[in-house]
Every structure is written in C-alpha cells, then in structure tokens.
Design a protein around this ligand. Structure first.
Ligand code: F0G
Length: 456
C-alpha cells in the first residue's frame, strides 16, 4: 500500500514558477550562491530541513498558551518536563537554535588544544569547535564515506579509531560526540549497538558522551525498522535509550522539534550547567527562556511529542526512499540507502569531467536551480574544504548535493517533479560547468561565498 502523508492541509502558501531564462539571471545576481537567492525565486526549496517545517494545529494552539513571563515562565516548565521525560537529563538550557547550545557547551567544557571525536561534525559544530581552538575529528566507519555502498547504519562511528585516539591522547579529549542522524554523511542513522559500545568505551576512559540530537526521532525510527531485535519497541523507548546512554545533548529543535526556531542544551553535570547558565544570561537570555519567546517553548514541547508518532516517521523516511527509488531505477548516483531527511546526489560520480577545484556538487546545485528552480545545498569542498593562509586548498572526500526535505510541507507530486528535474540534469551532465570561488570568509564560507563559472 502507498504510504500517505498522515495529515491534511489547512493552510497553504503559493509557490511561483520562474522561466529558465529568468533563473540564469537570478543565479548570476546571487553570485552563483544558492544561499543568496531570494526564496520567492525558488520553486521547491530543499536547501534545508531546518526551521522550514509546517507546524500542526496543535502547535499553533499551544502558541496562544505561551507564558511570556521574563522569569519562571510556565512554558519553560512544560518544556522542561517534556525534555526530562524524553532524555532523562536533569537540566534544560533553552537556546535560540542548535549552534547556540554548541557554543555554550564548548565554551564551558573544552579548552584550546582539545580534540573532540564524532561520527561527523556538521558545519556549525565543526566551526564552533575550531573557533575555540579545538580539533574536531570525524571517525565515521569507512562505509560512511562511500556513497554507493549499501549499509543499514552508515552513521556508525569507527570504534577502533576512537579507541586508538583515546589510547594516544585521552587527556586532550573532554568528551565524545555522536550526531544522529549523520547529516554530513547522507542523513545516515547510527545503530543502538554502536551508541552502546561507544558510550561504554568512553566510560572506560572516564569521558562523557554528548549527543547532537537534531534528528533523534528519525534515527530512532531507522533503529526500529533496521536493527535486529528492536522492531517491537516503540520509537519513544528507543529514543529514550539513546539519550540514556549519554550525559547530555545539544539540540536544534528546528529539525525533529518540528518548530521554526528553537533549540536547547540538556545536561546532567551540575558544574557545566552552572557555567552554561551564566553564559546563557550573557548572550541569549534568562535561563527560563534562553533567547526564545514563551510561545516558542510551547510549540517545541508539542513538537517533541508529535515527532515520535510512528505514522509520521514512517511517512517521513518513506519520502526520501521514494525519491531514491526513482533515482536508482534511472541510474542517477546518490548516497545509498537514502537517509532520513534528505536525498544526497553524488556529484563526483555524476560529473566525472569536473575536478575537485571545479566544486562539482556546488556546480550541480547551480544546474538544478537553473533547470527547475529547485534549491539544494552543497555538502562538499565548499562547505568542508579550506583555503589555508598560504593559498593551498584542501578538499572534502565526498562531493554531495543534499536535497533536504522540510517536514510536512511538500507532497508526493512535488517529489515526482523534483525527480524528473534531476533526471533532466543528469541527461545533460557532461555539459555542466565547474565554478571558482572569487570571494570567501574564514568561517562557514559556504553561506556567503561568491562564485564565477570556471573557464571551459
Ligand atoms: N548539528 C547538526 C547535525 C545540524 O544538522 C545542524 C543544523 C546543527 C547542529 C546546528 O543547528 O542550525 O539550529 O544552529 N543543520 C542545518 C542543516 C542548518 O541545514 O542541516 P542550528
């Protein structure tokens, strides 16, 4: 049977088709950087699944219940109960989004010269660590770096390499992290067995585990569907076990919190919490709102409950799989199996005529926008490569174009249309030109860099 969208639509927003000719000009004006396009000039916006979802009637109802008291807001205590019930962590520190939670945690728990292992640090996590002189190391299993390889848990961390790191350099490791799902590597899940073993390994060295929990519900659903022995459990109990194996989490609620803004840091360690609250007051706000409105805390509390509904998660994971099936039949290379929140096209395989210095995934993003007004995001050497002070460039092992799906926003025909557009781009792949960076910033350069077409 077809897995349907388990909701009906009560409020709609028009989207606008542009012509191919218009899009050439619009992209030039945006300096060939999709982040610099006006969203009104985008037909299907797959730039990110972050903060772009549709809230439910229940969430909008909760918005009206928000308590806007500066201190001691009822909405904070409601969210605190929800987070405590889900994660088991004693302390909740609300933040305006995930990266604020990261910055605060890293400021109190790390020092320059430290090393933090993870399956793969996503862009803001990596940048926030580097900004404090900490070295983020990505230790995903080897399968996680080969797009076409099928594996049920390509987000697993390579325990042997973690152990080698700890044996060599334990004094420099303040804690270990694990990102569920592994966003940079294709939205791939981490198995419960892997989290259990990682947690035990860190414990042997006296190191806490911190979960980057943005997509915890999608990861828990993958465990239910794929991991031997876990199929009869509720997703909630799997999610609770994931959190119980760690000592805290950073959360961007813009993903599996089903809200447009919000996040939090949740922790057990009293010493970290005290310092974190002081930092929070300095830059985000009082500890019972942390830079958010009371209504945002209410919407987040409801979202964290709704996201664990299994009919929703089944539909959610099926969306990417549905598009992936179409691409697989047509022979368009992409990360296999499909992840939770996105389909990742493999630009290195699709555009073999382009070299790393042509930024193939970025070029593909431009081509897909020109083709059909669809916006994706490069997860490749613009995002994760670097230009050193001496001008030498480093490149990322994978060149992916991520098409990330806002939650509860697009319908099956949108995905049919997007698949047709990708096939059309793939059919003219050999004519796609590379790009060059003409202007860039030192941190998170992909957001603002400017590009020109590479010479033919
Ligand atoms: N960690 C992961 C794994 C993420 O995917 C993100 C955001 C963050 C942390 C930071 O959260 O944006 O609320 O500050 N990822 C978005 C994306 C932006 O498009 O994947 P934030």
């Amino acid at each position: 049977m077809t897995i349907i969208e388990p909701f009906r639509i009560k409020s709609v927003e028009p989207i606008r088709m542009t012509t191919a000719e218009e899009r050439v000009g619009l992209l030039e004006r945006a300096k060939l950087n999709p982040f610099l396009l006006h969203a009104d000039d985008v037909l299907l916006d797959f730039l990110t699944d972050s903060g772009t979802g549709a809230m439910s009637a229940k969430q909008w109802g909760a918005i009206m219940e928000g308590d806007e008291s500066y201190a001691g807001s009822r909405s904070f205590y409601r969210l605190e109960r929800t987070v405590r019930e889900l994660t088991g962590y004693q302390h909740l520190i609300p933040t305006h989004q995930g990266r604020a939670a990261e910055r605060i945690l890293f400021s109190v728990a790390c020092k320059a010269g430290d090393i933090v292992p993870n399956n793969t640090h996503f862009d803001t996590t990596r940048a926030n660590l580097e900004h404090q002189g900490v070295q983020p190391v990505d230790l995903v299993i080897p399968e996680g770096l080969i797009p076409h390889v099928e594996h049920p848990f390509k987000g697993d961390i390579d325990l042997a390499r973690v152990e080698a790191l700890l044996a060599r350099d334990a004094a420099r490791v303040p804690f270990g992290m694990i990102t569920v799902t592994n966003n940079s590597g294709g939205g791939q899940p981490v198995s419960l067995a892997n989290i259990r073993a990682y947690s035990a390994l860190l414990k042997r060295y006296g190191k806490p585990l911190i979960i980057d929990a943005c997509r915890f519900a999608e990861n828990a659903m993958f465990i239910k569907l794929r991991e031997p022995g876990e199929g009869e459990r509720t997703v909630r109990s799997i999610a609770q076990e994931i959190f119980s194996l760690a000592d805290g989490c950073t959360m961007s609620a813009k993903k599996d919190g089903l809200v447009n803004i919000g996040g939090f840091l949740a922790l057990n360690d009293d010493r970290w919490v005290e310092q974190a609250k002081n930092l929070l007051i300095l830059t985000e706000g009082f500890p019972t709102y942390g830079g958010l409105a009371g209504r945002d805390l209410e919407a987040m509390a409801v979202g964290l409950e709704e996201v664990l509904e299994e009919a929703y998660l089944r539909y959610r994971l099926r969306t990417a799989e549905y598009m992936g099936d179409k691409l697989l039949r047509a022979g368009v290379p992409h990360v296999r199996p499909t992840g939770g929140h996105a389909v990742y096209l493999d630009a290195r395989a699709l555009l073999p005529h382009l070299k790393s210095e042509d930024y193939p995934a970025w070029s593909l993003a431009c081509a897909l926008y020109q083709e059909a007004g669809i916006r994706g995001v490069e997860i490749g050497s613009v995002m994760f490569g670097k230009r050193a002070d001496d001008g030498t460039e480093s490149y990322h092992p994978m060149e992916l174009l991520r098409l990330a799906f806002p939650r509860r926003v697009y319908t099956q025909s949108h995905f049919d249309f997007a698949s047709e557009a990708i096939l059309a781009v793939a059919a003219r792949a050999s004519s796609i030109r590379g790009v060059r960076i003409v202007k860039q910033s030192r941190w998170l350069r992909h957001f603002t860099a400017e590009f020109a077409w590479a010479p033919r």
